[in-house]
Design a protein around this ligand. Structure first.
Ligand code: ADP
Ligand code: MG
Length: 279
């Protein structure tokens, strides 16, 4: 669904490459988590997928990105946004309306969805995000977390084949963050949606993603199933990423020769590891 070949990109105002020689194939329906230190190139990677790079940010663009076979450099941003729904990092800049319902209708009406489908789509997407009660609220009266949910709902209403989200839980507490990932994962499974989500909390990604990419200095540094990526404790630390505490605990037990089992991704895994150690 997403095919990135030898992609490098330098912003016009940038000195260094923001992305360097990225090659990546993401099959349809995969749920991919992206993490990495600040400034490593995560947002730029999402721009390369939704076409903001190169359409909105001029610069030096090498290589190619294809979404469902369409070369992003040769496809208009309007056509691309039918394929790729995006929630960007700066949520306020994304909102175009003053009331939640209008924000929901904006994309649906602009993309010419049939009138008799629109009401159902709005109702369903708001319910999917658990925010049906916010429908008539002024966006200016919402919390950061509520705005993030509205932005996600507005995109889900259009049922894009690819969903790109840049730190959609940045404003949310741990319980609501988990709630958003629950909804996203369930939604993606039902609709077969390909998801690329940038998220700083690697523990959250490891619980939901099929695959995790660690971005470092504009390149993909690690790429694999969550357990495989978490097993690279030293490389993660080097990339400025904190392992989940359960993973660090098990890795330390392993380093002391006390534990030889699988990588721990969460507290349940760690409990099993400790039980093995004290058995
Ligand atoms: P991340 O999302 O991982 O924090 P970004 O993709 O935003 O990283 O940034 C990657 C690099 O590109 C950084 O060095 C950043 O300073 C640079 N950069 C980001 N946006 C621009 C821009 N509009 N113009 C010039 N340089 C930029
Ligand atoms: Mg970013």
């Amino acid at each position: 669904m997403i095919e990135i070949s030898n992609l490098s990109f330098r912003y016009r105002e940038g000195e260094d490459l923001a992305l360097r020689n990225v090659s990546l194939t993401i099959p349809s329906g995969q749920f991919v988590g992206v993490t990495g230190a600040a400034g490593s190139g995560k947002s730029t990677l999402t721009y390369a997928i939704n076409g903001i790079v190169p359409h909105c940010y001029p610069g030096d663009f090498y290589g190619a990105v294809r979404i469902d076979g369409h070369d992003t450099a040769e496809t208009s941003l309007t056509d691309l946004s039918r394929l790729v729904g995006s929630v960007c990092q700066d949520i306020d800049s994304q909102m175009v309306s003053s009331v939640v319902e209008d924000e929901m209708l904006f994309g649906l009406e602009n993309f010419g969805f049939p009138k008799d489908e629109i009401e159902g789509r709005v109702t369903r997407a708001l319910a999917d995000m658990g925010i049906s009660d916010l429908r008539d609220r002024a966006i200016s009266s919402l919390s950061g977390g509520q705005k993030q949910k509205v932005a996600v709902a507005a995109i889900l209403a259009m049922e894009p084949a690819v969903l790109v989200l840049d730190e959609p839980t940045a404003e949310l507490d741990p319980a609501s963050s988990k709630g958003v990932f629950d909804l996203l994962a369930r939604y993606a499974r039902i609709h077969g949606t390909t998801v690329v989500v940038v998220e700083q909390k690697i523990a959250l990604l490891s619980a939901y993603a099929d695959r995790i990419l660690i971005v470092k200095d504009g390149g993909v540094y690690l790429d694999g199933a969550p357990a495989d990526v978490l097993a690279h404790a030293d490389e993660l630390r080097e990339s400025g990423i904190n392992c989940p505490r359960a993973t660090s605990l098990a890795n330390r037990l392993r380093a002391r020769g006390l534990y030889a089992g699988p990588v721990c991704r969460n507290v349940d895994d760690a409990v099993a590891a400790v039980e093995e150690v004290i058995a």
